[in-house]
Structure formats: C-alpha cells, structure tokens
Design a protein around this ligand. Structure first.
Ligand SMILES: [Zn+2]
Ligand SMILES: [Zn+2]
Length: 137
C-alpha cells in the first residue's frame, strides 16, 4: 500500500509506505495557533514510513515549542508535518496534505481541555454544498 501527498503548490511531494498508525484531532492551543484552524488533524506515522520524493530543499522548520517543530513548504506555506521529541521516531503529518485523506477518518480527539466549545456542534449548523452566494444567503 502506498499513499501520496504534497503541499498546495506541489513543490514538496511525499509518499507513505504504510497506513498511518493513528489519525488524531489535536485541539491544543499550539496547534490552533500555528495551523490557523480550530483544530488540527494529523496522520501519525513512523519516520521510516515518510519519504520526501521532491522539494526537500523547500521544507522549512519552525520550532513552536521547546520540544516540537512544524515543517512546512516555504514556497506556499502549507504545513506538511510536525516532529516532537516527546514522540521520538514519529511524524505527525497534516491530514490535508495527504491525497487519500478522504479515507482517513480521525478516531481520537486529544487536548480536549482546550477544545473550542462550539466544535462538537459543527455537524448541526446550517451547511451548504458550496460557498455562500447571494442566492443562498
Ligand atoms: Zn508548496
Ligand atoms: Zn496540538
């Protein structure tokens, strides 16, 4: 089984030689701030499973806390994966960078102590197949 992925501009391309060990929603304040989203979803893989096949030179790392780095494409800014010394040997790949992300449903929520209170209700709010236009407003 092989899974592919890339950043938004396709400069950074990678593949995974195995399925993720877990898919996790992280609701911590660090992930919220450095991802810009309400929470971040990661596919967790051993580092040996992640192979960068192009654009290695375009990956920058930013240390967002004493034990963790975010790796991102410096051309388009897309986050690719995080490393954390507390979880040696693992890469937390941002789910949105993986082509097969549709098939990778998260099975756990972590750091729910800082989850935004409205997150559990998102399935119940008014939803549209596409963006809101003047007709649908
Ligand atoms: Zn890019
Ligand atoms: Zn987090």
């Amino acid at each position: 089984m092989e899974i592919s992925g890339s950043c938004f501009c396709n400069t950074v391309q990678f593949r995974l030689s195995d399925a993720p060990k877990a898919v996790v929603n992280c609701h911590c304040n660090f992930c919220r701030k450095h991802s810009g989203a309400a929470f971040a979803t990661y596919a967790v893989v051993p580092e040996t499973v992640l192979e960068i096949i192009s654009g290695q030179d375009s990956i920058s790392a930013f240390q967002f806390k004493e034990n963790a780095h975010k790796h991102f494409c410096k051309q388009c800014g897309s986050p690719i994966y995080n490393r954390n010394v507390r979880y040696p040997g693992l890469c937390m790949i941002y789910l949105g960078s993986i082509s097969a992300s549709l098939n990778m449903a998260p099975t756990v929520n972590i750091y729910c102590e800082s989850q935004l209170a409205w997150v559990p209700a998102i399935a119940e709010i008014k939803s549209f197949e596409q963006g809101i236009t003047r007709q649908t407003q």
